[in-house]
Design a protein around this ligand. Structure first.
Ligand code: URA
Length: 265
């Protein structure tokens, strides 16, 4: 049984790697992990750190996703808006049951105006396809901040110019994401990496501690009709840096798949 599970897992991970030219030596070798103990009960977000501080409650949604996108494209609420090549609003189905939330656009995203289109994005697409059987057009993908945070904002054409968004940039941009969530009303949100997880959950623990468990994103935080389940997992960029994390990510995606198939609630 354990051997069959291990074979199944290895096959999935190899398929994830095929297009990314990651050496088979990087694949996790050992047997499949024992079943995890039951997930911790959903918990409400904590108070939040300065990095997760909110500028204000989300404004009540007005208009649909299209008008919100128009608003974001002309946004100059912070300096990122003056240096970006393109605002990166979000992509996917407006009626998606699952919404993936990353940190912020990088070089490729800034150039194309679409989230997760670089190497991390290719890996995310592969995970969606091989583990969940979904295309990016069937989910919704967005970021905490909508413009590319650059080390040197005067040079959007240079590579390796990425930095994490500042607490102030996060605070002014966050209401856009909250309005997206309120409009899309996904059944669940998957936060990709520690920045998105800390911002939405208000927790200080690292991603390795909180990943793979269900939490609640309360409706009061985004002006929605109902609470939304939230599952943190690793950022695809972390998997590219450390392929051993793919095993945990695979397990997290199976947890998501069970939820989407109605096997867990
Ligand atoms: N990383 C992110 O967090 N978001 C993107 O859109 C691309 C890379």
């Amino acid at each position: 049984m354990r051997k069959a599970l291990a074979r199944d897992l290895a096959a999935h991970i190899r398929r994830l790697d095929e297009d990314l030219h990651i050496s088979p030596h990087e694949l996790p070798g050992g047997p499949a992990r024992p079943a995890k103990k039951a997930a911790a009960p959903p918990k409400a977000p904590g108070a939040g750190s300065p990095a997760t501080a909110r500028a204000a409650a989300a404004p009540a949604p007005s208009g649909g996703l299209d008008s919100l996108e128009t608003e974001v494209k002309s946004c100059r609420r912070c300096a990122l808006g003056s240096h970006r090549l393109n605002a990166v609003f979000g992509v996917g189905s407006p009626s998606a049951r699952v919404m993936f939330v990353g940190e912020g656009p990088g070089f490729q995203e800034d150039h194309r105006g679409e989230p997760f289109v670089g190497r991390s994005g290719q890996l995310l697409d592969k995970i969606l396809d091989t583990v969940l059987g979904l295309k990016r057009s069937e989910v919704y993908i967005a970021n905490i901040v909508k413009c590319h945070p650059m080390v040197n904002p005067d040079n959007p054409e240079s590579h390796g110019n990425d930095r994490p968004p500042s607490p102030e940039e996060i605070a002014v941009c966050r209401p856009y994401l909250e309005r997206q969530i309120a409009l899309i009303k996904p059944a669940c949100i998957v936060t990709l990496g520690s920045v998105a997880t800390k911002v939405l959950l208000g927790v200080e623990e690292g991603i390795s501690k909180v990943r793979g468990k269900w939490y609640v994103y309360p409706k009061t935080l985004f002006g929605g009709d109902a609470d939304i389940k939230l599952l943190p997992t690793y950022h695809p960029a972390a998997l590219l840096r450390n392929p051993k994390l793919k095993l945990d990510t695979w397990e997290d995606m199976k947890t998501l798949k069970s939820f989407l198939e109605g096997k867990t609630s």
